[in-house]
Design a protein around this ligand. Structure first.
Ligand code: PGA
Length: 255
């Protein structure tokens, strides 16, 4: 089975409602003409934009919408939280879990991420589980250990059927929003480590079928060389996803 290629745009906390809608309205027709069975595009706007943007992507081929986070709880007295089932009911098909900014600013642990992944799967959302080492961990040559423990904490409890819905994003923290990109070889090395972990923990089939995205300063200039690596199935794009032309070029680079 061929792995699904994916380019996803993580808008983070950018764009008010009106400018978010116009960005999505620019991106959708450009990307739709590029869409194929091979590459899908996912937009991750802020929660308040999600329903409106999901209504725009709903009838389009190969373009989907997702939430940037979800609660680890199902429902109830958790002020400010948004549940996976709410995201699904608003039109989302995907949700980011464990983005490094959530780990850093909201002290999210692998254990909390595991609960969020469970909630996402129960709501029939595909979780995009983000892993990646900090600059200090890379300099200390500890990245393999760090990434394997993030994988273990977030995913080890799942079964193979559940893993069919999971996407993994490798995002070295030192490359996010910094303009420093992992070289294609550095990224490929970690993607191969992730695939090796999937093979050891689950099976060759899970390893071969799981899409693994690279994120961290992906741009028009570096996308094709990253996406050309054997184990890199696409990208999770932050800054460059806020510019419709750049984002479309990055989608095209994954053909
Ligand atoms: P960046 O962000 O492309 O701006 O580095 C990527 C991400 O955080 O998902």
């Amino acid at each position: 089975m061929k792995r699904q290629k994916i380019v996803a745009g993580n808008w983070k906390m950018n764009k008010d409602f009106e400018s978010g809608l116009s960005l999505a309205s620019e991106i959708i027709p450009m990307v739709e003409s590029e869409a194929s069975h091979e590459v899908i595009t996912i937009l991750f706007p802020p929660f308040v934009h999600l329903h409106a943007i999901a209504s725009l992507t709903a009838s389009k081929h190969g373009i989907f919408t997702g939430g940037q986070d979800c609660s680890a709880q199902t429902e109830g007295a958790y002020t400010g939280e948004v549940s996976a089932a709410m995201l699904k009911s608003a039109g989302a098909n995907y949700v980011l879990v464990g983005h490094s900014e959530r780990r850093q600013y909201h002290a999210e642990t692998n254990e909390l991420c595991a609960l969020k992944i469970n909630r996402a799967l129960e709501a029939a959302l595909s979780p995009v589980y983000c892993v990646g080492e900090t600059k200090e961990e890379r300099l200390a040559d500890a990245y393999q250990e760090v990434i394997e423990s993030q994988l273990h904490g977030g995913l080890a409890h799942l079964d193979e059927a559940q893993m069919a819905s999971v996407i993994i994003a490798y995002e070295p923290v030192w490359a996010i929003g910094t303009g420093l990109t992992a070289s294609p070889e550095q990224a490929q090395e970690v993607h191969a480590i992730i695939r090796g972990w999937l093979r050891n923990h689950f099976s060759a089939q899970v390893a071969n079928q799981t899409s693994i995205l690279y994120g961290g300063s992906v741009n028009v200039g570096n996308a094709a060389s990253l996406f050309g690596m054997e184990d890199i199935d696409g990208g999770l794009v932050g800054g460059a996803s806020l510019k419709s032309r750049d984002f479309t070029e990055i989608v095209k680079a994954n053909r």
